[in-house]
Write a protein of this length. Sequence first.
Lengths: 368, 305
Amino acid sequence: MQLLEFQAKELFREYGINLLDSISSTNIEEARKHVKELGYPFVIKIQVPVGGRGKAGGIQKCQNDDEFELKYPQVMDLTIKGEKARAILLEKMADIKKELYLSIFLNRSKRCYTIIASAEGGVEIESVKNQIIKEVGLGDVSEELAKEVAKEMGLEGKTADQFVDTLKKLSKLTIEKEAELVEINPLAIMQDDSVIALDGKFVTDDNSNFRHDELQKYQEKSEIEEQAEKSGFSLVELDGDIAVVGNGAGLVMSTLDMLSDNGGKAACFLDVGGGATTESVYEALTLISKLDRVKGILVNLYGGIVKTTVVAEAFLKAYENNLIDLPVFSRLKGTESEKAKEMLQGSKIKIFDTIEEAINAAVMGVKK
Amino acid sequence: MTDIFELLKGKPGDSDYEKKGVIVQGITGSYGSLHSRKMIEYGTNIVAGVTPNKGGQKFDDNIPIYNTMQEAVDATNAKISILFVPAKFFLSAAKDALNAGIKLLVAIPEHVPIRDTMETIELAKQKGAVVIGPNTPGIMIPELIKIGIMPPMPFKAGKIAVLSKSGTLLYEISDALTSAGFGQSITIGIGGDPVNGTRLIDAFEMVKDIPDLGGLVVVGEIGGDSEEILAQRIIDIGFSKPTVAYIAGRAAPKEKRMGHAGAIVMGTYGSAESKISMFNKANIPVAKRPAEVPVLLAGKMEKSD
């Protein structure tokens, strides 16, 4: 999962990384109580798990009550890249001399942690110039290496010392929490030469969740996502009208791509896992029945071992129990597909020999 | 470089040539037992199972079960193991195998923490062992040996090497290849995790010099940069066997994990566009649909004739 800025900063604070004073809130009444404590001027920052907040107007300066009363609701109402505000962070205004970039990420091809640092931060990583890249293996960043990075960035004196300290703390945090990415961008040099984390990005390795109860409070899941997880499915909600179901992440992604190539829009990505059984398909249909934007269901199953009749049974049961009343367009590869087709004759379920045919029918079907 | 074929088949003249012994870790679990039987059906020589506290028993009245990998290896001298334990117990089971002298470890479990995978890889390096996975369907030489969970139906012996991050897409595309008359010399599941014991580039190194290799199919997906690195390597060495790629996840939204732990685009890192453009640079056509793979491969073969 990707933590929100204020959540990442909670972890930064815990590890002693320098921050400005800030307070998060989820409504204006709550925020008003904090305003006096914090004092003007401050910045209102939308809390969404995506980048590009500044450009989208999600970060606004406030000098007085009038501005605060006007801007807080405006920012709260924004949707950025499809993401609504989860919270608002009020943060003291900073007097910045320079913006740096610093991150530690899991380098997948080198299979080790890697530092990226730059003296020219504050822009998206793709645009960060003069990147200093250091592979650090599986362990902590040493004092020596941190000093080397600071030197290469041209930092001196107090700033260099504080940068070294920040990098070491960031590395400890990354390793102890098993993060895939921890980024401070910008890491600011203040007028007094101190170094402060102005933003924070933190992506966890969800597979290590069982070792990190302390991070579970940040887990933000919709009811349907939680149910999917319980069933051992992977579900990603999307904003179209055709639910896409299949077995295996690659196959479902591939189905999504082909649907999109043919002008269809997916309502969700639902991977029921490598195998497929009557129960898992029925459970998948139960989940989909809870998404109201769905107008049709596209099913792509590659059953090496599974009998397609078993899947057909799940469909029939779902209609019988009035679980769904939507058209289903499916391609089922596996044994007994002729028999399965027979079983489904006259129902709202259409079985096709190829996924291409199923997709065409689904795209046409939901247009009606 | 490890000779993967020698590991899987042995050398002609060896007493165990083409019937290399395989140990199953977690043989008594529901998943482990199901797939042990399916592997045996396929012709894989399963010589032992390991389940702590069940040592001395027999699996299906036939295959001896041991408490530890050391005991199983001592008794059978096997160099290959396949691992079915839950993700939480993966690291200790993998260490158990590598410390006992296993040289090819096929790691099936999904949801293994990245740090545990990295520790396993470190140990494997020290021991000179190959790790396939985790989160992989396994590895197979069609019609000879299957160390994994793949259904047998899509595969047929032949001359095409297939490397895939995804399991079901490996089946789907191998099926399409088989139907088009392209059998497979070997198929290797890389796995859908961010960090893989055998990366695409490593798998490529294992297969590129197969004497009668007819072609290569690479089934990638969004996330990471292993496809880009492979494409660069293909350019660098001037690999000239007909090669076709497929990349899943073109329509996936950014910053969302699409089922596989590794299938996530962060910024531009891991995007389908980046992978496709690198393959194009390497003169490798990228199929838009799985069914298009054999068509493009046939096209490539005509050109190279």
